[in-house]
Design a protein around this ligand. Sequence first.
Ligand code: BES
Ligand code: MN
Ligand code: ZN
Length: 510
Amino acid sequence: MQVSFSRETPKELDALVLPVVKGIDVQSIAADLPQEARAQLAKAAQAADFSGKKGQMVELLTPAGMEGVGRILLLGLGEAEKLNGREVEHAGGRAAGACMARKAKRVALLADVPAGAQMPAADFAARLASGAKLRNYRFDRYKTKKADDGDGGNGREPDAKTRIEELVVVPGEAPDAAEKAFVPLAAIAESVHFARDLVNEPANVLTPKAFAKRVVEMAEDVGLEVEVLKPKQLRAERFNALLAVGQGSANKPRVVVLQYNGAGDDSAPIAFIGKGVCFDTGGISIKPSAGMEDMKGDMGGAAAVVGTMRALAARKAKVNAVGVVGLVENMPDGKAQRPGDIVISRSGQSIAVLNTDAEGRLVLADCLDYAKEKFAPARMIDLATLTGAIIISLGKEHAGLFSNNDELAEALFEAGQNTGEKVWRLPLGPAYDKLIDYDIADMKNIGGREAGSITAAQFLKRFIGDVPWAHIDVAGTAMASPKSDINDSWGSGFGVRLLNALVDMAASGK
Ligand code: BES
Ligand code: MN
Ligand code: ZN
């Protein structure tokens, strides 16, 4: 989607969107529209009982005196005083969703900041555009019949929605300032789309090798330093626990390391570590078949990590950061690991693999240890679709947050509130840690029925040392999450916006 910022409303449009706050007389907005169209709008608004309440929408087809415009959409924003970046972004997403459902390709968005809103005009316009861009995503590369293909032919229904191709944002004043404010938001939205693509892609296409290749191409695109560790190097680097997970698959593991030095000094980086299980059958401890197809998304943590790194580079964030993702496939096979196997992890600690379906923690154990040793990071944050139990605890509203550091946990909580990628902290403690002790090895990889997400986090904690660390369990939020104003795709890209917000908070001294 092409986004431009203009002082003037274009004359040829499939849709013109007018955001309206509560309690505004519709006739009084968009003063430069023809008088007849404004009168029509006011009538339509009245007939539909439109008050500007959040979520309301009124459509006026072929407005009078505006030959080139297919429709006007009035979009309720709610109360002006309650507007903030997140709310406005969601409004932009609602606008885009309505346009996509109507197959509107050329769209203008009036983005004059409403009186009473507590945000700068440039921000308002940029956030609207950002929300529209986030929503304007469809994973349709395997649909052989697109929205525009019409009926007939092979008898399949064409895709019901299309993407907006051109978006003209019309801020009330200073389009240049709005455009400037949009630049980093556009970079972030594109990176969210990059992450969603990875999550949505089926596992026959997105093998560990193919995932790594996509990351390398992306890294070259945005100017990130990238290194791919193949099995030989992984053995030399003692990624034994990760290799054990991958040993039952014909698709061999990879670890991808991304580096970004934007701070302009050699300060210790923030490290992001991602679980990238490209498909999780459970291995020999095989999962039931119902719903197993969803396990193509078991690399959602890794997708968020590479998406975050992409965004940081593309928007030239002033930070030093590294990303480490462990890419494997967990399959049952003659070579697969067995329940009861004992592996010596990279850190030297021994692990009894009592359940081969608790594989994510094995992958992360080695990646965390590698990141810690290689980069001496100031902070480490891992993201992983780690446990089904987190969905039982928190549903799909919040990701689970675990941390050994209150300051980091609070910063992540705040970043979650601001972006809408919300996290909720759960406890850690020695009593939980004891649950993964094992008599013939240092630990076992499962802790029993109780507190499944916590014992998984305790397991990771054994590989952290004393680096400030947070673990985010995104099993409920990275995929198959509820549709929202800014996402109606199966893969959400959850984490990219959260981590970017965290980096910005650190940069502004919080
Ligand atoms: N990838 C799964 C967790 C998962 C479940 C993610 C549902 C998304 C949706 C993970 O590898 C797993 O299988 N965890 C087990 C752990 C158990 C064996 C201790 C689980 O949650 O059942
Ligand atoms: Mn599993
Ligand atoms: Zn898994």
